[in-house]
Design a protein around this ligand. Structure first.
Ligand SMILES: [Zn+2]
Length: 132
């Protein structure tokens, strides 16, 4: 996620002037303006893996969209928040923390979180998305 590598094969994710390519579960019905401002914990994808994922990934079988995001600033980390316990620290919930959040020192980070902005929906079958 830090280097925007494909979450499947680890090569650089597909990028155009409209940004890196993300495959997302389609949540347009739940959030007006989605995915603008969405937090993402899963990295973008390359075109080869995007096409394979739309056929093979069980998470995308209920509906997906391909999105390019130009602005993908890092927000913080997602992970398990621990609290002190009589036998040592114990996880109590999963949260997203940002730098400076006092809870950060009690979080075991699992995933980097980026915010997707300047998003454009793309058609994976369009010729311009096959060449870049
Ligand atoms: Zn890939």
């Amino acid at each position: 996620m830090r280097h925007l590598l494909c979450q499947i094969c680890g090569t650089p994710a597909n990028r155009t002037e409209d940004g890196a390519l993300w495959l997302l579960k389609d949540d347009r019905a739940d959030w007006p303006g989605w995915p603008e401002g969405m937090t993402a914990t899963h990295p973008p994808v390359c075109l080869t893996c995007a096409h394979a994922s739309t056929r093979l990934c069980p998470h995308l079988q209920g509906g997906y969209v391909a999105v390019r995001a130009k602005n993908v600033r890092t927000l913080g980390v997602y992970g398990a928040l621990y609290q002190p316990g009589p036998l040592g620290p114990r996880p109590v919930t999963d949260i997203i923390t940002t730098p400076g959040d006092p809870r950060s020192r009690w979080v075991l980070a699992a995933q980097l979180v980026r915010v997707l902005r300047d998003c454009t929906f793309v058609d994976l079958e369009a010729p311009e998305d096959r060449t870049s």
